[in-house]
Design a protein around this ligand. Structure first.
Ligand SMILES: [Cu+2]
Length: 353
C-alpha cells in the first residue's frame, strides 16, 4: 500500500513540475527578447546578485560562529587534549582563511567580469607560472598540516609503556558500561564472554589467580594527573567509548580488545567550579526551572536541578537505549581515589557469596 502511495505522489509531483514549466514558458512568450540569450541588463543583475550572495554568505557564516559558540566544549581535561584542540583550531583557521579569500574572488570576479556587449575574455591555453602557484602552495600547506597531524596522532596513541600507569578495563554491553580495576597485582585477570555465568556478568576466568583481586565497578573513578590505560571489551555488538571532555573516543569491538590511554588533568570538582561550568549549569537550571513550572501546573513532579559530572557515553547507535548508555566518571585526588577503590569488592569475594 505504501509503495503505491509513493508512486502516486512521485507521479503527481512530476505532473506539477511539467505544468509549472508550461506556465513559465507561456508567461514569457509575450516579451521581445524571448530567444533565451542573456542581455547586458541580465548580466548586470546576475553580477549584482553574485555580490549580494557573497555578502549574505559571510553574514550567515559569522552569525553561525557566534550563535553556536555556546556549544563549544571547555578547555580539555586531559594532557593530550590540549594538542588535539590546537590541531583542530589550526585546521579550522586555515580552512576559514582559504574559504574567505577564494569565495570572495569567485563572487567578485563574477561581478567584475560580467558579460558585456563587445567585451572579450582574455584567453590563454596554459600558464605554467599560475599552475605552479596553485599546485605548490596547497601541496606545502596540506603536507605541513598532515605531517603535524601525524605527529600529534602518534604522540597521543604511542605512550611510554614504562610510565607508572593504571590499567582499567571498560566493558560495554547493551546498554551500559562496567569498569574493571586490576587490583593489588596491577594485572587484569583473563576474561571471555564464554565465561559469563550467573553473577559473573563480565565473563572473568574464575580459575585465573589474576582475576580474583579484580574489582568491578559501576562508576569510573580516575586519579588526577596519572596515566590510565583503557582496555575496551564489548559483550555484544559494536559500541564506542566517547569522552568529550577528555577529547577521546575509541571503538569497542566484540571479539577483540581495543586500547586508548590518557592522563586526566582536571578533577571533577575543579571542572564543576570553573567559570565555564558554573555559567553553563546556571543556564541549564534556569531552563529546568521554567520547565518545572509547567510540569507542576500539570500536577507532575518538578525536575531536579542539574549538577555537572563527567560521563563516558556510547557513540555508536547500538540499539533502543543507546541514548542512555553512559557511566559517570569521577576524577579525583590520588588519596580519594585509593579510599574509594579500597571500598570496592574483589571479584573473588563476590563469587564466593
Ligand atoms: Cu552502545
Amino acid at each position: 500500500m505504501t509503495e503505491i502511495l509513493i508512486i502516486i505522489v512521485v507521479g503527481l509531483l512530476g505532473i506539477t513540475f511539467w505544468q509549472m514549466s508550461k506556465i513559465l514558458k507561456l508567461s514569457q512568450s509575450g516579451k521581445k527578447d524571448d530567444n533565451g540569450v542573456a542581455t547586458d541588463a541580465d548580466n548586470k543583475t546576475q553580477g549584482k546578485l553574485m555580490l549580494w550572495f557573497a555578502v549574505l554568505f559571510y553574514a550567515f557564516m559569522i552569525y553561525n560562529f557566534w550563535d553556536y559558540s555556546k556549544f563549544y566544549l571547555p578547555e580539555a581535561a586531559s594532557k593530550h587534549g590540549v594538542d588535539y584542540d590546537r590541531l583542530m583550531m589550526l585546521s579550522i583557521l586555515i580552512i576559514v582563511i582559504v574559504q574567505i579569500v577564494t569565495q570572495f574572488l569567485l563572487h567578485y570576479f563574477s561581478f567584475k567580469y560580467k558579460g558585456e556587449k563587445g567585451k572579450r575574455a582574455l584567453f590563454f591555453a596554459d600558464n605554467d607560472k599560475l599552475e605552479a602557484v596553485w599546485t605548490i602552495i596547497p601541496v606545502i600547506v596540506l603536507a605541513a598540516l598532515i605531517i603535524y597531524g601525524l605527529f600529534t596522532w602518534s604522540d597521543i596513541m604511542n605512550f611510554d609503556e614504562d610510565e607508572d600507569a593504571m590499567v582499567v578495563e571498560l566493558y560495554a554491553y547493551q546498554f551500559g558500561w562496567k569498569a574493571r580495576y586490576a587490583g593489588s597485582d596491577n594485572t587484569l585477570g583473563k576474561a571471555n564472554v564464554r565465561f559469563i555465568k550467573g553473577i559473573n556478568t563480565l565473563g572473568l576466568d574464575e580459575s585465573d589467580p589474576y582475576a580474583a583481586d579484580d574489582k568491578i565497578t559501576t562508576e569510573l573513578h580516575l586519579p588526577v594527573n596519572k596515566r590510565v590505560i583503557f582496555k575496551f571489551r564489548s559483550q555484544d555488538i559494536l559500541h564506542s567509548a566517547y569522552f568529550p571532555f577528555f577529547r577521546a573516543q575509541m571503538n569497542v569491538v566484540p571479539g577483540m580488545i581495543t586500547q586508548f590511554s590518557f592522563v586526566p588533568t582536571i578533577t571533577s570538582d575543579e571542572m564543576r567550579n570553573s567559570k565555564y561550568m558554573v555559567d553553563k549549569v546556571k543556564e541549564i537550571n534556569e531552563i529546568r526551572a521554567e520547565n518545572s513550572e509547567e510540569l507542576v501546573a500539570k500536577g507532575e513532579m518538578p525536575l531536579d536541578p542539574y549538577e555537572f559530572d563527567y560521563y563516558v557515553l556510547c557513540n555508536k547507535i547500538c540499539g533502543i537505549s543507546h541514548y542512555n548508555m553512559q557511566m559517570k566518571i569521577i576524577v579525583e585526588e590520588e588519596e580519594d581515589f585509593q579510599a574509594w577503590l579500597a571500598q570496592q569488592q574483589e571479584f573473588g569475594e563476590s563469587i564466593k557469596q
